[in-house]
Design a protein around this ligand. Sequence first.
Ligand code: ZN
Length: 193
Amino acid sequence: MPALSICAVTFCSVCGHTTVSRVPSGDNRLRDCCDHCGAVHYINPRPVVGTIPVWGDQVLLCKRAIEPRLGKWTLPAGFMEINETTGDGARRETLEEAGARVKLGPLFSMIDVPHVQQVHIFFRAELLDTHFAIGTESLEVRLFDQSEIPWDEIAFRTVSTTLELYFADRARGEFGVYTRAIGAAPTARAVSA
Ligand code: ZN
């Protein structure tokens, strides 16, 4: 069976030559390889970290000011940075996108999104005050009662799934930790055994 390739790294970031997609010696997957300098350009999933910020019975959501899903509502979340923990990243994103300071709670959901090479991780969190503000990546930031949640206007399935799990747990008075997967795993870079 012929192996398919997504040529994600076209030019070598080390020497600038064109890369070729092949399975390096001792490996079992297609990689973007530079035959000029020998560099192998690995591409690995990226963690997205965020919070479920609550104030009493209300949950804080942000209306996105950027693509993708501009104008849709989301929990504050974003790509984890180098040299920070998942919790630090979740707290930082909540401050950047919603101007909100939180007391970070336990891990709540970890949702694999293999077709976009991401894993989305959400922590429960309590707002320290209601002095939140609109961040540069948000058009609007506000608290929602459960009955007000704009389910048809939620930006990402990881967010709607997390909110559904959160409200279900809150209704039964006990919070769990959840793992889920959304979408199909890609086969393009896989090599049949
Ligand atoms: Zn190179």
